[in-house]
Design a binder for this molecule. Structure first.
Ligand SMILES: NC(=O)c1ccc[n+]([C@@H]2O[C@H](COP(=O)([O-])OP(=O)(O)OC[C@H]3O[C@@H](n4cnc5c(N)ncnc54)[C@H](O)[C@@H]3O)[C@@H](O)[C@H]2O)c1
Ligand SMILES: [Zn+2]
Length: 376
C-alpha cells in the first residue's frame, strides 16, 4: 500500500497554550484532523450549528468525525442569522447542554460561520465556568477572521458583541470544501476580509485578484491546493497578530483597518448593510483619510476602489458628515474615548493614529461620496 501523503502541518496560534489551525479539504482531511487533535479526556462532544449549515450536511460530517474518534456526539441547532447571538439563545444552550448530560469534560464544537462560532464559543466559556472548545468555521469570513483569536460573544439590544469573553479554542479545523455550498454574497463578504489581511501583510497574491481591465475577481486558479495556500496565508496574518496581542491591548487593533467607517455605516443603516459591503467602503475611506492626512502616499487606493465596486451590494448612504461623525464617536466611546484610526501608509505597514483632524475625516467622506455617488 502506498504511504499516505503527510498532512500539511497546521498553523499554530502562539497564545498560551498554543493551538493548531488545520486547513484542508474533504471528508478524510476532516476525519484525520479531528482524530489527531491533542485533547484532554472527554466525556462527549456537543456540536452547535445553525439550521442552514446543518441542511448542507456539514454538522453531520463533523459529528461523524468525532464519532470516528470514539466519542459520543450530539448536535444542538440554532436558527441561522445574527439574531441567534442573543441572551435567550445563549442561556437556552446551557439548559440544552444539561439535558444532554453535559459536564465539565464535554467539548463544545462550533460548526458554522461567525455567528455560531461567537455564540457557541461564549457558551463554552461560561458553561460550568468553561469547557473545552473546538471550532470548525464554514464561511470564508469565519475561516480567515472570526474563528481565530478567541473573541466570543453575543449581542444586546444596545449593540453588537457587548457581552462576551476571550475564550481560545483548543483547535480550529477549516475544511475549504464546505465553502462550495456558501452563498455568493457571503463568499464575497469573506473575500473582503481576506483582502484586508492581504493588505495588512502585503501578501503577493493580492495582485492576482485584479484583472487586466482593473476589476476584482476571485481568480479561477484559486482552487485545490492554491486555494488552501491563500487561506493559510490569510489566517496566518490574523494568527500572528493575535499571538503578539491576544487581548487587543495594541497591535491587534490593526485588524480594524476599514472598520471605523464600516461600523458607522452599519449604525446609520441599522445593520441593513452587509458587513463585507461596509468594510469594502471602509477600506476606501481608510485610504482616503490616509491620503488627506499625509498626501502623496496611498497608491493602493485604486485597488480598494475596484474591490468595493466588486464587493459592495448596496449603495453608499448619502449621509451628512455630521451623521457619520456622530456614529464614529459611538465607536470611539466603545474604544476608550479616543478615535483611534487605522491607517495603511503602504501595504504591509499599518499604523494607528489618534490625532487625525476632523477636517481630514470630512474631506475623505466628501471624496468617498464623490467616488460612489451616494444613495441620494
Ligand atoms: N469573533 C471574532 O473575532 C469575529 C470576527 C469577525 C466577525 N465576527 C462575527 O461573525 C458574525 C458574521 O459571521 P459570518 O459572516 O460567517 O455569518 P453567519 O455565521 O451568519 O453565516 C452566514 C450565513 O451563511 C450560512 N452558512 C454558513 N456556512 C455555510 C456553508 N458552508 N454553506 C452554506 N451556508 C452556510 C449561515 O447559515 C448563515 O445564514 C458576526 O456576528 C460578527 O460579529 C466575529
Ligand atoms: Zn470585519
Amino acid at each position: 500500500m502506498p504511504t499516505p501523503e503527510p498532512a500539511t502541518s497546521p498553523l499554530l496560534v502562539n497564545v498560551t497554550p498554543p493551538y493548531p489551525v488545520h486547513v484542508g479539504q474533504g471528508d478524510s482531511f476532516l476525519a484525520n484532523a479531528i482524530a489527531g487533535l491533542a485533547l484532554p479526556p472527554l466525556s462527549q462532544v456537543v456540536v452547535v450549528a445553525d439550521t442552514q449549515v446543518a441542511e448542507h450536511g456539514h454538522a453531520d460530517r463533523v459529528a461523524a468525525a468525532w464519532r470516528a474518534r470514539g466519542l459520543p456526539c450530539n448536535t444542538l441547532l440554532v436558527p441561522a442569522g445574527e439574531d441567534s447571538k442573543s441572551v435567550p439563545m445563549w442561556a437556552g444552550l446551557h439548559e440544552r447542554l444539561l439535558r444532554l448530560g453535559a459536564d465539565r469534560s464535554t467539548l463544545v464544537c462550533a460548526v458554522g460561520g461567525g455567528v455560531v462560532g461567537d455564540l457557541a464559543g461564549f457558551v463554552a466559556a461560561t458553561f460550568m465556568r468553561g469547557v473545552p472548545f473546538v471550532t470548525v468555521p464554514t464561511t470564508l469570513l469565519a475561516m480567515v477572521d472570526a474563528a481565530v483569536g478567541g473573541k466570543t460573544g453575543i449581542d444586546l439590544e444596545a449593540g453588537k458583541n457587548l457581552v462576551g469573553a476571550f475564550w481560545q479554542p483548543l483547535a480550529v479545523v477549516a475544511d475549504a470544501g464546505m465553502l462550495a455550498t456558501l452563498p455568493q454574497p457571503h463568499f464575497r463578504e469573506g473575500t473582503v476580509e481576506l483582502y484586508k489581511h492581504a493588505l495588512l501583510a502585503n501578501l503577493p497574491w493580492r495582485s492576482e485578484m485584479h484583472t487586466r481591465d482593473g476589476a476584482v475577481a476571485w481568480p479561477a486558479a484559486w482552487v485545490g491546493e492554491r486555494q488552501l495556500t491563500v487561506l493559510r496565508d490569510a489566517i496566518h496574518v490574523k494568527a500572528s497578530i493575535v499571538a503578539r496581542d491576544p487581548l487587543e491591548a495594541g497591535e491587534r487593533a490593526h485588524l480594524n483597518l476599514g472598520h471605523t467607517l464600516a461600523h458607522a455605516l452599519e449604525t446609520i443603516t441599522q445593520h441593513r448593510m452587509r458587513h463585507g459591503t461596509a468594510v469594502a467602503y471602509g477600506l476606501v475611506y481608510a485610504a482616503m483619510v490616509g491620503a488627506g492626512n499625509r498626501p502623496g502616499t496611498h497608491a493602493w487606493l485604486p485597488d480598494v476602489v475596484a474591490l468595493a465596486r466588486w464587493a459592495a451590494d448596496a449603495p453608499l448612504p448619502h449621509a451628512s458628515f455630521e451623521a457619520l461623525w456622530t456614529a464614529m464617536q459611538r465607536d470611539k466611546k466603545r474604544r476608550g474615548g479616543r478615535l483611534s484610526f487605522v491607517l495603511l501608509n503602504e501595504p504591509g505597514a499599518p499604523d494607528t493614529d489618534t490625532g487625525i483632524p476632523e477636517r481630514v475625516f470630512r474631506g475623505a467622506w466628501d471624496a468617498l461620496l464623490a467616488e460612489f455617488g451616494g444613495d441620494a
